[in-house]
Structures are given as C-alpha cells and as structure tokens.
Design a protein around this ligand. Structure first.
Ligand SMILES: Cc1cc2nc3c(=O)[nH]c(=O)nc-3n(C[C@H](O)[C@H](O)[C@H](O)COP(=O)(O)OP(=O)(O)OC[C@H]3O[C@@H](n4cnc5c(N)ncnc54)[C@H](O)[C@@H]3O)c2cc1C
Length: 379
C-alpha cells in the first residue's frame, strides 16, 4: 500500500532530525528514513563537539560568521546538553601556522569574539607556542543530543520513523515522488512505497548516492575516515586547547561527559577518498552494510583503522608543560565529508540546494552542527 507524506526526510543525524521536527511543527506529515537501526550513529555522534563560535576559521569569514550567528540560539535551545563552563584556549604554533597573532587578533575583533592574549601559564609550553589566547567556546554533548532528538522524534505524532530502511528506486509522477524502500529488519513487509511532493536529503556522507537515486546532480565532495580519540586527564580536566591554523590539533571536553576529545589535522584522518561517493579499500564486496553508496558505522567495523592516538597525543603534548598528563581511553571513527572547494579556505558551509522544483527535492549538506537552523530559510 502506498503511504502519503508531505515530506520525506532521508538521514537520521542531527540535520535530518531537526528538519523533520521543524516541518512537523509547521503541520506537515513527515517520514524520517534512517539506514541504521538507531538515529545519531555517524557524524552527529563522532565529532569534536565544538560549538563553533568562529575562532576555528580565521581563513573563512563566511563559516566563522555563520557559526557565530547560530551559536546563541543553539546554546539556548540545547542548554542542558552544552558544556559552557570550561576554560578554552586557542594557540598559534611557532612554526608553520597559516595565521599569525596579528591576523588572529584582527579577525576576532572583526567578529567581536573575545580573545585575551596570555603570556604566562603553568600548564603550557611557551617554547612551542607563539601566542596563547583565552577565549569563550562551548562544547555540545553528542550523546545527550542524540537522546534528546530520539525522544522528541518518538513523541512527535506527525513523524513516522523508519529505521533500517533505504530507498531503492524512485520515479517522478506529475508533481509527486514515488519512492520504493526496503526495510532490513525482521518486519513481515520489507518493501514500502511512499508518495510525496517533497524530499530532503540529509545523509551527509551518502549525499551523492541519494541524489543519484532521484537522478539528480552530484556535489563535489571528498571523504575521510576520521578518528576521534578520547582521553582522561586530572590536571587538564574540563579545559580545552586548540592549536590553529594548519596541521595542528585540539584537546577539549566532549560535552558534559567528563572525557576530553583529541583530534589532529595530520592524524585524525586515516584514509581519503576524492570520489563523489565515499570509496575506501576497507569496503568489501560481500558487506551489504557498508558500500560507497551506503556507508556503515566505522566504529563498529572490524576493518576500521588502527588508532593514531599515540601520534596525535605526541603531537599535542608538545604544547603542554610537563605537569600535564593525559590517558588514552578509546576511539570512535566515522566518515567526514567535505565540499572539495573547502580545501582553499578550510571553510565548512552548510549548503542547501533545491535540485528539483516540482516535485521538490532539497539536498542539505551539513557544515557545522549549530547551523541546523539553515533549513528554516528554505523549507
Ligand atoms: C571527525 C569530525 C569532527 C567534527 N567536528 C565538529 C565539531 O567539532 N563541531 C561541529 O559543529 N561539527 C563538527 N563536525 C561536522 C558535523 O559533525 C557534521 O556536519 C554533522 O554531524 C552532519 O550531520 P548530518 O545529520 O548531516 O549527518 P550524519 O550525522 O552523518 O547523519 C546522516 C544520517 O544519514 C543516514 N544515511 C546515510 N545514507 C542513508 C540512506 N541511503 N538512507 C537512509 N539513511 C541514510 C546515516 O546512517 C546517518 O544516520 C565534525 C565531523 C566529523 C566527522
């Protein structure tokens, strides 16, 4: 039997969840389709949890301004899931940074974001730091956010959630999409047919595969299998240091979990795919859960890369004094996808492109988590 929806949202990360809830709030009857058995298992869980306020993008004023613009609203609406009480430092390495202290200070003053230069601090090694700044940055908690959005979606009567479900074929019939789907759970009726005047593709790493199922265009993307390592530290608990701008790294609280996340521009990314779809040598032909067209959950995969935590930690420890020590605990992995053009300025815009007018199709490619509100401008 054909089921009718006002909107079909594909992808159950934070962007798909927010889009579905926003549309339901406007009175729409929405289907939310997720390939995995639970929402929030990929980039929305495995990230550095930085609630961007601009600091990170001294070479992309557009990304910095967008992050800063949404920061206050995101914090207010997700107050219980945001760590806003930690000490956050940004620093510039003495060697190889794309940004120098003058540029960074001018950039912060242009954006009107606080940055106080500090010339002495017992926890840091100034022989490696050209400049250290005390800043104001927050960290969202991806686990608590996932729980919050899962509960909201479950309670919202206008949203029907279909997990372990993927689109198989589509057709345009007048001003409607007819969509065939397959459920990979134990339901008696594994095949579904939906009819809808509007689709939102919020599948991030699978963006081009899903656009392709609707015979629509591709975005120029690159993809990286990325590792976020988790640390404990007594001396540096609930504090953060980000060394920018170049092949450096960051240690900062992972939301309210008590853990510190560790990432490094040089070592977080294990494999790079410059294909439009994420294509890696660890994908094997007989694994239906992870293909370039439908990537899986890297943390749960036996073929995930060996951890780079030692290299990342060795790199970052150079910036700390000897009294600071860190303990490596475990790592999460996922695919990070970027617009290829962002190699130039390191920007991370959120792009929403309307690829079909009637029936409608929006391709939503996410930059930063606090830009979820961008969907409100179009749908
Ligand atoms: C390593 C890393 C660090 C990051 N750090 C930060 C940070 O500090 N701060 C920040 O703001 N942002 C950060 N980001 C970016 C941010 O995490 C992403 O922009 C955001 O999570 C994307 O959300 P999403 O909902 O679009 O994607 P996802 O969370 O990946 O959700 C997409 C969903 O679509 C599903 N899906 C895929 N294909 C299909 C299909 N065919 N059918 C149905 N469902 C499908 C997937 O299973 C998944 O659940 C980081 C990203 C990475 C990877």
């Amino acid at each position: 039997m054909e089921q009718k929806f006002d909107f079909v949202v594909i992808g159950g990360g934070i962007f798909g969840c927010y889009a579905a809830l926003y549309l339901a709030g406007k009175g729409a009857h929405v289907a939310l389709i997720e390939k995995e058995d639970r929402l929030f298992q990929k980039a929305s869980l495995v990230n550095q949890a930085r609630l961007h306020g601009g600091y990170h993008y001294p070479r992309s004023i557009a990304t910095a301004a967008m992050s800063d613009a949404h920061k206050t609203r995101f914090t207010e609406e997700h107050r219980d899931f945001v760590n806003s009480s930690f000490e956050k430092y940004y620093a510039i390495d003495r060697f190889g940074s794309f940004t120098d202290p003058n540029q960074f200070e001018r950039f912060c003053s242009y954006l009107k974001i606080p940055c106080d230069r500090i010339s002495e601090h017992a926890l840091f090694n100034f022989s490696r730091l050209e400049a250290l700044y005390k800043t104001t940055e927050h960290s969202f908690d991806p686990v608590l956010l996932g729980n919050y959005y899962r509960e909201k979606i479950e309670k919202e009567k206008s949203i029907r959630l279909f997990t372990q479900t993927v689109v198989t074929t589509t057709a345009k019939i007048g001003n409607l999409w007819q969509i065939e789907l397959e459920k990979h759970d134990s339901t008696k009726s594994p095949k579904l047919t939906f009819s809808t005047p509007a689709v939102i593709n919020a599948t991030y790493a699978a963006t081009n595969a899903v656009n392709g199922l609707f015979s629509l265009g591709t975005l120029e993307l690159s993809h990286e299998i990325s590792e976020i390592a988790f640390l404990g530290s007594k001396v540096f608990a609930n504090k953060g240091l980000t060394v920018m701008d170049g092949p450096f790294g960051s240690i900062m609280p992972y939301g309210l979990s008590g853990l510190l996340s560790l990432s490094s521009v040089a070592y977080t990314h294990h494999k790079i795919s410059l294909e439009d779809m994420p294509t890696f040598d660890c994908q094997v032909a007989d694994d239906p859960n992870c293909r370039p067209a439908a990537p899986g959950i890297c943390t749960e995969c036996a073929r995930r890369p060996e951890t780079n935590s030692r290299k990342m930690l060795a790199q970052m420890e150079q910036y700390f004094s000897t009294e600071v020590d860190f303990q490596y605990l475990f790592s999460y992995y996922t695919i990070k996808s970027k617009l290829r053009a962002s190699h130039i300025d390191d920007g991370r815009p959120t792009e929403i492109v309307k690829l079909s007018e009637s029936p409608q199709f929006y391709c939503l490619f996410a930059g930063k988590i606090n830009s979820i509100y961008e969907i409100e401008q179009v749908a």
